[in-house]
Design a protein around this ligand. Structure first.
Ligand code: ZN
Ligand code: ZN
Length: 369
């Protein structure tokens, strides 16, 4: 079937919307008409060659849409269902067998090899392969193919164009708080870096009843949004070297929980140094490989925990519908961080995202059938 998709022909090249041939879904696969897709830093890492995946390629891993066709073995979805496509996992490795799907030992290749697990490609142009299957979906297109098990059915009264970001940044931030840290009411939390992931963590902290909720960032407009979404205190990090002391003062001795969503080693150090004894820091920021950070051993020994969290420790089939309910109840107002772009303006979306002008760009594919 002919589709339109945003193709990156070589490392760091712009996205170009091309007409491509998409194969039919296999027995366990689902073909989705993409309504909208979030754009995440990871898509730009892919475009810029960070994952050593092949070109030409189609990215996108926060897709929401309508089921168009299903393979013969698909039981839980039918054409017309509204869905969000989430992260892939192999189902066979030690972590998948332990139901820790977000730490699948094969996730890296499933996310960025550009092919299905068996090496087959899904898209072609003029008889030559175009690599896709990014996070086993490649949602920067008018249609995408994914597997049933990564495809989450959502309620039909929810606005689909808002839901794509739940697949990655939304569940990463919210899940880090609600699934991994699990703070109690009245416990303190600090979020370092209030982009899409940090703001999702912050909205979840408000849902959990945390107090105070301190947002730290270097952009005033992002801090203003953090305030609107539930932050009780704001710290603009720019030009300050007393951030840890300020947090200790605001929390009466140290934060119970911190969330590091900036991917800066210096900021991670602060997120550890401001913890109270036995406090926990969740590391969410995706730094490039080889990035080192330090901590003081006697300080950490006092019961403090630093742990990485991927995809918010979420089981998407359970957690994404919960987040959709929270959106519908007005408790997870994700629309406040979204900036919509027409699919044709994908390069503008990427540029504005990199420049910090758009917190969560979402591409609308509506007219590209
Ligand atoms: Zn696995
Ligand atoms: Zn992502």
């Amino acid at each position: 079937m002919q589709i339109k998709a945003a193709v990156v022909r070589e490392r760091s090249a712009p996205f170009v919307i091309e007409t491509l041939e998409l194969c039919a879904p296999r027995v366990d696969e689902v073909m989705v008409r993409v309504v909208a897709s979030g754009m995440c830093q990871t898509d730009l890492h892919g475009r810029d060659g960070y994952f050593v995946s092949p070109y030409p390629a189609v990215y996108g891993h926060e897709g929401a849409g309508v089921v168009h066709a299903v393979g013969s073995a698909v039981r839980g979805l039918v054409p017309g269902d509204h869905v969000v496509m989430s992260y892939p996992w192999c189902g066979d490795c030690a972590n998948c067998r332990a139901h820790r799907l977000n730490y699948c030992l094969n996730s890296r290749s499933l996310k960025s090899n550009g092919t299905r697990a068996d090496g087959s490609t899904l898209l072609e142009k003029d008889g030559k392969p175009v690599y896709s299957a990014y996070f086993q979906q490649s949602s920067f297109g008018s249609f995408a193919i994914t597997q049933e098990r990564y495809t989450v059915k959502v309620r039909k009264d929810a606005p689909l164009e808002l839901l794509g970001p739940l697949a990655c940044s939304g569940q990463t931030g919210a899940g880090a708080v609600l699934n991994a840290l699990r703070p109690g009411r009245g416990e303190s939390i600090v979020v370092f870096g209030v982009g899409a992931v940090g703001l999702s963590a912050l909205m979840a902290a408000k849902i959990a009843g945390c107090d105070p909720i301190i947002a730290v960032d270097i952009h005033d407009h992002r801090l203003a949004l953090a305030r609107e979404l539930g932050a009780t205190h704001l710290i603009n990090h720019k030009g300050r070297d007393d951030v840890v002391g300020e947090i200790r003062k605001l929390t009466g001795g140290g934060a119970r929980y911190t969330v590091e969503a900036s991917a800066e080693p210096k900021v991670l150090r602060e997120a550890i140094d401001c913890l109270i004894m036995a406090g926990t820091c969740a590391l969410l920021g995706s730094a490039r490989r080889g990035t080192d950070a330090s901590f003081e051993m006697p300080f950490l020994q006092q019961g403090r925990v630093v742990r990485g969290v991927v995809q918010g420790d979420s089981i998407p089939q359970e957690f994404i519908p919960k987040l959709v309910d929270l959106i519908m109840d007005g408790k997870f107002p994700i629309e406040k961080m979204i900036k919509f772009y027409d699919f044709a303006d994908i390069n503008k979306a990427a540029a504005e995202s990199s420049a910090g002008l758009a917190i969560k760009p979402v591409l609308r594919m509506g007219d590209y059938k």
